[in-house]
Design a protein around this ligand. Structure first.
Ligand SMILES: *Cc1c(COP(=O)(O)O)cnc(C)c1O
Length: 389
């Protein structure tokens, strides 16, 4: 059969039907599985077959459907589903690293990712060098012959810097380092990260994959050897696995992800264009705008600007005034949700960063991050223009 396109895989990929041949994927809400005989139990513990399960922390049919669907969409050999996006980031890194290893990471990271790279890994004797991820010369200077892994968010939160996956991967692969990409802002719809050179792709499924703000989840995607040989033993013994009920929600979320994300990105582009140049704003940041320094890279890498934009109201007071004047857009901190959500990073998601780091990362007092939802774009425009007025 012809290789299916991503949008078809999002609807059908990984489906496993029970003896009832149900249309909608079943939830196998079971922690355990019965073995016909003691010998079967022994054999399965020794080596479980591809469709044989032992314990839900190790694997479960509904979770396997989600893993297989995600791997097929991303073009990776395999995947491991995790309890949250952070369990995925932590699992991908700590499963493969040991004391004495060296990692290079971009500096512009989600707060919890920074905590893992700066605090947790250091505590276990892993050395991490931080670079400006948009500057390939800095990656080149920091990557050493003994570098084990590089880590970055392909589009950074909340300042939407785009990192060149192909460029960084070439430098990392020259020394045999593993390229781990946190790809949340690119979304599974726009991502071609594996084809572009990434070895491991990590998603918080809490964001666009669920897309309806219901559940935490994550996934690690990579080669079969990395996922089954390195990630699975670590995750199944340390307890960060995804629950079957969550996996079922994520599987159903994937059925509509293409429609949702494309609509959200279309609205985000339109809103960014409409807000750009507004007299109440210092600037508008969106990878799809021709004023974005990496618009060409964003277009080549993702084919779109994504579902999130940021704008600077000048001061915290002005930003709060705008947030408090919104009627449709909610003040919250998730992203990728059907509901549009505005966040003030400096006082919430990035509150704990010292001021000098905020300044270095461009997290200014007036910055607002807007995750564009599925509402009518004319209503969103009116809400934003009203609040800015
Ligand atoms: C949200 C997010 C995470 C963490 O995901 P959770 O599901 O909240 O644990 C990691 N990386 C990025 C870029 C994110 O936006």
């Amino acid at each position: 059969m012809k290789k299916l396109n991503k949008r078809t895989i999002a609807v059908h990929g990984g489906a496993r039907r029970s003896q009832y041949n149900e249309v909608s994927e079943a939830i196998f809400l079971t922690q355990g599985f019965v073995y016909p005989t003691a010998e079967d139990a022994e054999a399965r513990f020794l080596q479980a077959g591809p469709d044989e399960f032992i314990y839900a922390r190790y694997g479960n049919p509904t979770v396997a459907m989600f893993e297989d669907r995600m791997a097929a969409m991303e073009g990776s050999e395999d995947g491991f589903a995790t309890a949250s996006g952070m369990a995925a980031v932590n699992g991908a890194l700590t499963a493969m690293l040991k004391a004495g290893d060296h990692v290079v990471s971009s500096r512009a990271l989600f707060g919890s990712c920074l905590y893992i790279l700066e605090e947790v890994l250091a505590r276990f004797g892993v050395e991490v060098s931080f670079v400006d991820g948009t500057d390939l010369a800095q990656w080149e200077a920091a990557i050493r012959p003994d570098t084990k892994a590089v880590f970055f968010e392909s589009v950074s939160n909340p300042t939407l810097q785009v990192i060149d996956i192909t460029g960084v991967s070439k430098l990392a692969h020259a020394v045999g380092a593993t390229v781990i990409v946190d790809n949340v802002f690119a979304t599974p719809v726009f991502s071609r990260a594996i084809a572009q050179g990434a070895d491991v792709v990590v998603y918080s499924a809490t964001k666009h994959i669920d897309g309806q703000g219901r559940a935490l989840g994550g996934v690690i995607l990579g080669t079969r050897e990395f996922i089954r040989g390195t990630v699975e033993p670590y995750m199944k013994h340390t307890g960060g696995s995804m629950s079957p009920f969550t996996a079922w929600m994520m599987v159903k979320g994937l059925e509509t992800i293409d429609l949702r994300v494309r609509t959200q990105a279309f609205s985000a582009q339109l809103l960014a264009e409409r807000l750009q140049g507004h007299k109440a704003l210092k600037n508008v940041i969106y990878p799809g705008l021709d004023t974005h320094p990496q618009q060409a890279l964003a277009t080549a890498q993702m084919g779109a600007g994504g579902t999130v934009l940021s704008f600077d109201c000048g001061t915290q007071e002005a930003a709060f005034k705008v947030l408090n004047a919104l009627n449709i857009v909610l003040i919250s901190n998730n992203l990728g949700d059907a509901k549009s959500i505005a966040t003030h990073p400096a006082t919430t998601t990035h509150q704990r960063l010292p001021d000098d780091q905020k300044e270095m990362l461009g997290i200014t007092p007036g910055l607002v991050r807007l995750s564009v939802g599925l509402e009518d774009v004319e209503d969103l425009t009116a809400d934003l223009l009203g609040a800015l007025g």
